[in-house]
Design a binder for this molecule. Structure first.
Ligand code: AMP
Ligand code: TRP
Length: 351
């Protein structure tokens, strides 16, 4: 039922439809990464490592979100390469296609369909408040519509699979909140349609900072290649980037994120890669300088990335990768189709 709200805006009132959505026995997890090339340590420690840990006790779906990538201009050949690179990297870091569904977003048409339906339940006001949109469109008089609608497509990705939890870095908090708002809004107006998902944020190491400027997040769009360590970096690049990482003049290996963000970020990386606590790291580097610590960290990072790079090279140009992605799209689609049918029914779309 549609009527005017107190502010004069058209609003829908709750209908009487009450079919319950079946709860999953095992939590359903969904997450996605953009195939924009050059995945770095921040992506790995902030997002992918969680994905791997979750595989054993959950029903996991991981996606290469290529339709998100075209919100900014892409060279078609480069995009195709980046899609396969990312898919291979998912497997190289430890996503097991036997345990999880791994697929490419554009191969499942339901994402685009649900995205439009959700667009019609969203407001320009809430989308213009998204900080990622604001930072990507800053200074521009007119921004690409795809960039503006990006969070709605992300909500569609999540809601299309009746997702319970979404593991992401905490830079995605606002997008998760929007997803929850959209799901709740539809549930309130159309009757129970979506599971309202939760973000699952990794605390330790959730935010890896740039190595040249620890007040900024490590990012693949930073023009300085020494701001980040890419997962495919050769050993000498890893060494160079860590040895020149910005620290402070105190020269004591002590964790203090507010006053010593550079060394704290490096200690954080060391801690998550080795499993050693920050306190233990402080103890073992007592009386030693930043040079000693950095040298150790170089070894830790090189040893952590070597097996990932080896596996990547094995799989990237194999037929196995294509088979995995085709199978993944089929399995994802089989979940998406009935959810989309439910949504269309609630909205009165089609016959
Ligand atoms: P993006 O590279 O921005 O497409 O992000 C892919 C995933 O990695 C998302 O879940 C992000 O939250 C996460 N991520 C990106 N950069 C970082 C970072 N510097 N620290 C931690 N997580 C990150
Ligand atoms: N917006 C996310 C990022 O920039 C990527 C993404 C797209 C995503 N769809 C998603 C993450 C669905 C989790 C769930 O990192």
């Amino acid at each position: 039922m549609i009527s005017r709200g107190p502010d004069g805006r058209f609003v829908e009132r709750k209908t009487t439809m009450t079919t319950k959505i079946k709860k999953h026995d095992i939590p359903r997890i969904f997450s996605g990464i953009q195939p924009s090339g050059d995945l770095h340590l921040g992506n790995y420690l902030g997002a992918m490592r969680q994905f791997i840990e979750l595989q054993d006790n959950n029903d996991c779906i991981y996606c290469v979100v290529d339709m998100h990538a075209i919100t900014v201009p892409q060279d078609p050949e480069a995009l195709k390469k980046h899609i396969l690179d990312l898919a291979a990297l998912y497997i190289a870091v430890g996503i097991d296609p036997k345990k999880s569904i791994l697929f490419v977003q554009s191969m499942v048409p339901g994402h685009a369909e649900l995205s439009w339906i959700l667009t019609c339940s969203s407001y320009t006001g809430e989308l213009s408040r998204m900080t990622q949109f604001k930072s990507k469109s800053r200074g521009e008089e007119s921004a690409p519509t795809g960039l503006f609608c990006y969070p709605v497509l992300m909500a569609a990705d999540i809601l299309l699979y009746d997702t319970d939890q979404v593991p992401v870095g905490n830079d995605q908090t606002q997008h998760i909140e929007l997803t929850r708002d959209l799901a709740t809004r539809v549930n309130n107006t159309k009757g129970e349609t979506f599971i309202v998902p939760e973000g699952r944020y990794l605390k330790e190491g959730a935010r890896i900072m740039a190595l040249d400027d620890p007040t900024k997040k490590m990012s693949k769009s930073d023009p300085n290649i020494h701001s980040r360590i890419s997962l495919m970096d050769p050993p000498n690049k890893i060494k160079k980037t860590i040895m020149r990482a910005t620290t402070d003049s105190e020269a004591i290996v002590r964790f203090d994120a507010a006053n010593k963000p550079g060394i704290s970020n490096l200690m954080n990386i060391y801690s998550v890669l080795t499993g050693e606590s920050i306190a233990d790291i402080e103890t073992s580097f007592t009386g030693k300088g930043y040079g000693d610590f950095k040298k150790e960290l170089v070894g830790v990072v090189q040893e952590s990335l070597a097996p990932i790079q080896e596996r990547f090279n094995d799989i990237r140009y194999s037929d196995e990768l294509i088979t995995v992605l085709k199978d993944g799209a089929e399995r994802a689609n089989a979940i998406a189709v009935p959810v989309l049918a439910r949504v269309k029914e609630r909205f009165g779309l089609g016959l």
